[in-house]
Design a protein around this ligand. Structure first.
Ligand code: G3I
Length: 476
């Protein structure tokens, strides 16, 4: 079996170019993985899904922000630009500048757009929330808002979050101005207005803390079930998925499936996984495995159409503003370096593929050892951190053993007992049969003399879990 493994983004590839060249002749099986960069959106598209990001118009002028957004994502959601306060700040006066800019940018870069959001209690101008309208008038104001905004974008959006966050944690209705003035029926009325305004957009109900099976998600489930029975035009449910580190609900997949079984699409619409800052390698590893798990949960549900991250970079995440002491919830750090979470998600998205020819399996030892340019050298030290039934966690320390700084490294070993790496962080992985090649990320390739860095991984084993030897390192 040949495994080609998820590639890092182009920025990381650029840093790896010299290393990859040095290794090309030495690890023929692995070189098939060192071609052009593959963004998350492309990986998802190959599976008929999308990977999106919230996009903020005021950051699009920052080239790194736009570069990463355009390279990695094939769907975007305006973070704030289509909300009520932006689109109808005063009654009957509509403004679409920010939303149009996002749509134009997305169209120019082949990205679909999820509209967000038509009816929400937050970012709602006070002329609506404090207007003192009666039910008939507020219904008409809501219908007029939907008719204008969804009408303006008619035919241009993949989907709309028609109503956002209408339920409390206990499954009762949130006492928004729409709920208290119009009553339960406002949600169905909003969906009917959205369908009339844009017949081709998929119409979603969107909420947070509904990722697992609980009182809130069950209330939403019951509403969707009733809507389907009554012919209310709902096409999908958005699970925002604002998670805390280590808390991916174990029943996420089962919950997505029960909604899909009602006959609606499902999507993870605002994903982030926040941690107490500062980040460290352990938290980043957990975050990577959380992203891996939530991505797999979606992929395992046929009607889970895609995943949207709630931002491009940690630098601009909403999290620290709302949860002081928490942050670093996304795939790219403040400097646009891909984090371990990027690899966790990418691996789940099919960065690993199998070749059709078992005869391609190489022998259980590297055909040759990597070499370093004169004056540059490194060492790699392998250890098994932990081991259980059929799984284990390993760690490799890479040290600069030369007198010169190095700009990158490649570590190669052959497993003696058929072990398989299932997930790896702080490096980019290729495994072909027993042979494993790991190259540095953009952020940990440069090492001063005597400096070291580590990467970690989890793997599967059976029978025996012997440590590989030799474990070789090539510097560049
Ligand atoms: O535009 C003003 C600017 O003029 C002003 O100088 C500045 C001062 O604070 O505020 C700016 O507005 C901010 C706006 O984002 C645009 O940046 C608001 O203060 C700020 O509250 C607002 O936060 C947004 C938040 O929704 C509001 O509820 C976040 O960016 C956005 O990420 C967040 O997104 C929501 C989803 O829509 C729904 N689900 C939850 C998610 C996270 O809260």
């Amino acid at each position: 079996m040949t495994k080609s493994v998820f590639r890092p983004p182009a920025t990381a590839l650029a840093a790896l170019a010299a290393t990859a060249l040095a290794a090309t002749a030495l690890v023929a099986a692995a070189t098939t993985t060192a071609s052009a960069a593959t963004g998350l959106g492309q990986l998802a598209a190959a599976k008929g899904r999308y990977i999106g990001t919230a996009l903020a118009n005021n950051h699009l002028g920052e080239s790194a922000y736009a570069t990463v957004a355009d390279r990695e994502f094939n769907s975007v959601t305006p973070e704030n630009e289509m909300k009520w306060d932006a689109t109808e700040p005063s009654r009957g006066s509509f403004s679409y500048g920010g939303g149009d800019a996002i749509v134009n940018h997305a169209q120019a870069h082949g990205q679909s757009v999820r509209g967000h959001t038509l009816v929400w209690h937050s970012q709602l101008p006070s002329w609506v929330s404090n207007g003192g309208f009666n039910a008939a008038t507020l219904t008409s104001i809501m219908q007029n808002h939907i008719s204008n905004v969804a009408g303006h974008y008619k035919g241009k959006l993949y989907a709309w979050d028609v109503v956002n966050e209408a339920f409390n944690e206990d499954g009762t209705r949130r006492q928004s101005v729409f709920q208290t003035t119009i009553g339960d029926g406002y949600i169905a009325t909003a969906f009917q207005a959205a369908r009339a305004a844009d017949p081709t957009a998929k119409l979603y109900y969107n909420d947070y803390n509904i990722e697992g099976i609980n009182a809130k998600s069950t209330a939403v489930y019951n509403m969707v079930k009733a809507f389907k029975q009554q012919g209310v035009p709902i096409d999908g449910v958005g699970f925002q998925t604002h998670l805390i580190l280590g808390q991916v609900p174990s029943d996420l997949q089962a919950n997505l499936q029960r909604f899909a079984d009602l006959g609606v699409d499902v999507a993870l619409t605002e994903v982030d996984v926040r941690m107490q800052t500062p980040a460290d390698s352990g938290k980043l590893a957990t975050q990577s495995s959380n992203y891996n798990a939530l991505t797999k949960a979606c992929l395992n549900v046929a009607r889970c159409v895609g995943i949207t991250l709630w931002g491009v970079t940690d630098k601009y995440s909403w999290v620290p503003d709302v949860f002081p002491g928490y942050g670093a919830p996304l795939l790219f750090d403040d400097n646009y370096n891909a984090k371990p979470a990027y690899t966790g998600m990418g691996t789940a998205l099919g960065g690993t593929t199998s070749s059709p020819s078992p005869s391609a399996s190489p022998s259980a030892s590297p055909s040759t050892s990597p070499s370093s340019p004169p004056g540059r050298s490194c060492s790699a030290t392998y250890r098994t951190v932990n081991q259980w039934n059929t799984g284990f966690q390993g760690e490799v320390t890479v040290a600069n053993t030369g007198a010169s700084a190095i700009g990158g490294w490649t570590v190669i070993w052959a497993f003696p007992n058929g072990q398989t790496v299932t997930q790896l962080w702080n490096g980019t992985l290729s495994q072909s049969g027993a042979n494993v090649t790991v190259r540095n990320m953009s952020y940990n390739g440069s090492l001063a003399p005597n400096a070291s860095t580590t990467f970690g991984f989890t793997g599967d084993w059976s029978g025996a879990n012997g440590a590989p030897s030799p474990v070789t390192c090539a510097a560049s």
